[in-house]
Design a protein around this ligand. Structure first.
Ligand code: ADP
Ligand code: ASP
Ligand code: MG
Length: 430
């Protein structure tokens, strides 16, 4: 068979990342299984998982409590986490031998966590290296659970720790991948599994340095894990499955009328992520943009939605503001930073319109950054004004009407591919 023909017949390779809420309990993991099973008909898949929601925070808290010498608090945290993981395993896995194996694997992680906390408590020192080892346990537990749930459903799957796939520097807490080594490791370890039809379930968030020590990529870093793997394998798409319908015009928790952005460019999405849109880790697009790999953001709990597609050039929308974001977690500051991302934002008339909309809502920007580009506009407000500032701009520029998923007449870009149709397939899959 010619190379061209075999390439044409090749299934597209999609890396699918499921966030903490998406693997938060047995019911959520069943949605994941339905989505993955449906997509596996038409795609080669690599699955990346976060820790179950809240678990990384609890593990970090265990580390801090151990450092402070609070043995009881550490024990209580591990008791809760054990109960939560065991409950999910018990609900998801009927096969007795498989359930026994996963329980054992997860129990070994807990024992490792307890040992690490114990030595931290004795030394009263929590090194960056130990903090990473403790906080990385959440993903090392969720991956075998998700893989077992897929196997239980008849989809041959294997969990794999990203310590053998993602080579990083030794910057504990926010390690950077070394892409050349990572590509080699991913090709050597993942390709053979894919060729055998096995779905790898990879731990998000973690990697390892050259000397084999576990590192973490930074909080929320599983998005980055997914695109690192996508770039290393030259995937056809990376899908970030999360708990909202896509990248939205603002955080829907702060602006309930926020709309899903149908398509956005790498540059605009990266700017929104950098300026606080938590749905995407700020580094997510670093290695995929040069390869032009499309990223889709979709809702695990509403998989029929088209979500947001992030592409090299974005859509041809003429909207001045594409999206708004805010960073409120600035340590030791009463101020927050609000950012608008779009086009022509350096135009003084647009700036005047924004400031007037803020004034109507009694929001007083403390400092406005001089426009350094036409594509973003930032200002500081007191933290208690963030929501009103976002709402004022959202209303003024009618961002709620921008719903790309609903916009009739939108010209589909050439890059818009649709590898699988989960609406029909997930309905019959569960
Ligand atoms: P996951 O656990 O799936 O990685 P995160 O909690 O990290 O999910 O990110 C999803 C959350 O990001 C949403 O629940 C939403 O509240 C928040 N968010 C902030 N800004 C945006 C935005 N512009 N669009 C969508 N979600 C946003
Ligand atoms: N579990 C990690 C965190 O909570 C990574 C992630 O969820 O993306 O930061
Ligand atoms: Mg996240």
């Amino acid at each position: 068979m010619s190379r061209e023909l075999s390439n044409a017949m090749r299934k597209p390779l999609v890396v699918m990342k499921f966030g903490g809420t998406s693997v938060g309990d047995a019911a959520a993991i069943r949605n994941v299984v339905a989505i993955v099973s449906a997509a596996a008909h038409s795609c080669e898949l690599v699955v990346v998982v976060s820790a179950m929601s809240g678990v990384t925070n609890r593990l970090l808290e265990a580390g801090t409590q151990a450092q402070a010498g609070n043995r009881d608090r550490v024990e209580a945290i591990f008791r809760d986490l054990r109960a939560r993981h065991r409950a999910a395993i018990g609900e998801l896995i009927r096969s007795v031998p498989l359930r026994g194996r996963v329980n054992l694997q997860v129990e070994q992680m807990f024992e490792e966590g307890e040992r690490l906390c114990d030595s931290t408590r004795r030394s009263r020192e929590l090194t960056p290296r130990t903090r990473d080892a403790i906080s990385g346990l959440g993903e090392r537990m969720s991956a075998p659970i998700v893989a077992a749930a897929l196997n239980e459903r008849g989809l041959v799957s294997q969990s794999i720790e990203a310590t053998v796939l993602i080579r990083t520097d030794s910057g504990h807490g926010s390690a950077e991948p070394e892409m050349a080594a990572t590509c080699k490791l991913c090709q050597a370890r993942l390709r053979p599994l894919l060729e055998e039809g096995i779905v790898p379930v990879v731990t998000g968030f973690i990697g390892s340095s050259e000397d084999g020590v576990l590192t973490t990529l930074g909080r929320g870093g599983s998005d980055y894990s997914a695109t690192i793997l996508g770039a290393a394998l030259a995937a056809d798409e990376v899908t970030i499955w999360t708990d909202v319908d896509g990248l939205m015009t603002a955080d829907p928790r702060l602006v309930p009328e926020a709309a899903t952005i149908g398509e956005i460019s790498y540059a605009e999405a990266a700017e929104l992520a950098r300026s606080g849109a938590k749905v995407l880790h700020p580094k997510t697009l670093r290695h995929v943009d040069e390869l032009g790999i499309p990223i889709r953001i979709r809702n695990t709990f509403s998989p029929e939605g088209r979500g947001t597609q992030i592409t090299p050039c974005g859509s041809r929308s003429a909207a001045t503001i594409k999206g708004l974001s805010a960073v409120s977690e600035i340590p030791d500051s009463s101020l927050a930073r609000v950012t608008a991302v779009g086009m022509n934002l350096g135009d003084p008339a647009v700036a005047r319109r924004m400031l007037a909309a803020l004034a109507v809502r009694n929001v007083n920007p403390i400092s406005v950054s001089p426009a350094v580009s036409d594509s973003s506009f930032s200002f500081a407000v007191v933290k208690s004004d963030v929501q009103r500032a976002l709402q004022a701009l959202h209303n003024e520029f009618q961002l709620g009407a921008l719903d790309g998923t609903a916009s009739a007449g939108r010209i589909p870009p050439a890059s818009e591919t649709w590898f699988y149709a989960p609406a029909e397939e997930t309905a019959s899959a569960d």
